[in-house]
Ligand binder design. Structure first.
Ligand SMILES: [Zn+2]
Ligand SMILES: [Zn+2]
Length: 68
């Protein structure tokens, strides 16, 4: 679960990325991934994007025109 396949620019192909040892205290939410092929690290900004606040049951207008 700490590995995922992503496109690596250095390898010019899809490689298996893994979360490198994190020393910043991110734990499982560490946004860093390193390519197992070349070792280059990438930062996944939206790796753990949790739209909890946005999806906070805001009133959704259901007044959309629906097929009668
Ligand atoms: Zn980290
Ligand atoms: Zn690579």
């Amino acid at each position: 679960m700490s590995e995922r396949e992503l496109y690596c620019d250095s390898c010019q192909g899809v490689q298996l990325f893994e979360v490198p040892p994190c020393e910043d205290g991110h734990g499982a939410d560490c946004p860093e991934l390193s390519c197992t092929g070349c070792g280059s690290a990438v930062l996944i900004a939206t790796f753990r994007f949790t739209p909890a606040r946005l999806a906070d049951r805001r009133p959704v207008s259901r007044g959309h025109r629906r097929a009668a």
